[in-house]
Design a binder for this molecule. Structure first.
Ligand code: GAL
Length: 329
């Protein structure tokens, strides 16, 4: 009978013979075209990630060139390693549900799974062409990659809401982050069925879009971008012991002249592995004139002890089991 170690080394030899490194780590190439299982560039801009079991689902704006004019699309992809994504479905193909007119928008979709109702609940920024409606749309589905049905549009807690973000804490509590132009950005709890926004946890009086939060080693980190539309700007972060604050001052996540390496924040994803915990910055590199070709900047953050830094983008690897990330320099 073979020992485990000889089996392992045989596997390693086989992997080398097959031209693959003997590691479970997958490579990420920030800023490059990111093909899905069909070989098409992933259409999940301004997106969000939902984890169910060992599978990650990536939802985002589908801005493919051949989409029908007038409709707004959200696509869903799945992966078990965050690097290779399988296209699942255009889960939203929506005709202007509130008669917002030409140029209406459905942006930054985020999906929450409600274990009690077993429903998948999507929030998105819905607006007219001049961004004056400033509301959220709610859509639901019985399956993660089903056709999401439009439910309603409203202003969360009566406030303006443009860019939204999602945060699910380690205890499973779900929060919506939303930008309220006159005041700053807000973090609020969802109702039990997730179909409405219930209680404000905090107003951070900082004018920020692309709001994202992560809970890491006993501290909350919030980050976002300045309000410069599709143009990149220096994204900033703050920390707090409690989501309700008080929050520290906001500081740059990279050298300000780098403008977040041409990207804008959309989410932070925490990978808790057997050996390490990695927090990934998910950013969009927008191409306003060729939106379908907008790129993604995903990089592991340098995070801890109240500090957070987005390293210069280079190819990097992640072992989803061990949680170890390594940037190739
Ligand atoms: C950005 C925002 C995007 C989109 C864009 C439109 O600031 O983050 O989601 O709304 O403005 O100009």
């Amino acid at each position: 009978m073979k020992t485990i170690s000889s089996v392992v080394s045989l596997c390693a030899v086989a992997a080398v013979l097959l031209g693959r490194p003997a590691t479970a780590a997958e490579t990420f190439k920030p800023g490059e075209v990111w093909p899905d299982d069909r070989g098409q560039h992933i259409q999940a801009h301004g997106g969000g990630i939902l984890k169910l079991g060992d599978t990650y689902y990536w939802f985002g704006e589908d801005r493919a060139q051949n989409n029908q004019r007038g409709l707004r699309y959200v696509s869903c992809y799945s992966s078990t390693n965050l690097a290779h994504w399988t296209f699942r479905n255009q889960v939203v193909k929506l005709a202007d549900p509130e008669n917002l007119g030409r140029g209406w928008i459905l942006e930054r979709p985020k999906v929450f799974y409600n274990a009690a109702t077993k429903k998948f609940v999507m929030y998105a920024h819905i607006d007219n062409g001049t961004y004056k409606v400033a509301s959220v749309a709610v859509l639901t589905s019985d399956t993660v990659d089903g056709d999401y049905q439009y439910l309603k549009t409203f202003r969360p807690l009566g406030h303006e809401s443009r860019d939204i973000g999602q945060f699910v804490d380690d205890d499973g509590a779900a929060y919506l982050i939303f930008e309220d132009r006159p005041f700053g950005f807000r973090i609020a709890t969802l109702s039990k069925d997730y179909l409405t926004v219930e209680t404000e946890v905090c107003l951070i009086p900082e004018h920020m879009e692309g709001g994202a939060v992560v809970h890491y080693n006993g501290l909350y980190y919030a980050l976002g971008s300045a309000l410069t539309g599709w143009n990149p700007n220096p994204n900033k972060f703050a920390t707090a012991k409690s989501l309700a604050g008080p929050w520290s001052e906001f500081k740059d996540i990279a050298l300000p002249e780098k403008n977040t390496y041409g990207s804008q924040s959309s989410m932070m994803v925490k990978i808790v592995g057997t050996k390490a915990t990695t927090v990934i910055f998910l950013g969009d590199i927008w191409k306003p004139r060729t939106q379908w070709d907008s790129r993604y900047l995903w990089m592991p953050l340098e995070i801890g002890d109240g500090k957070l830094a987005l390293p210069e983008p280079h190819a990097w690897t992640l072992d989803i089991k061990t949680g170890e990330a390594s940037v190739k320099k």
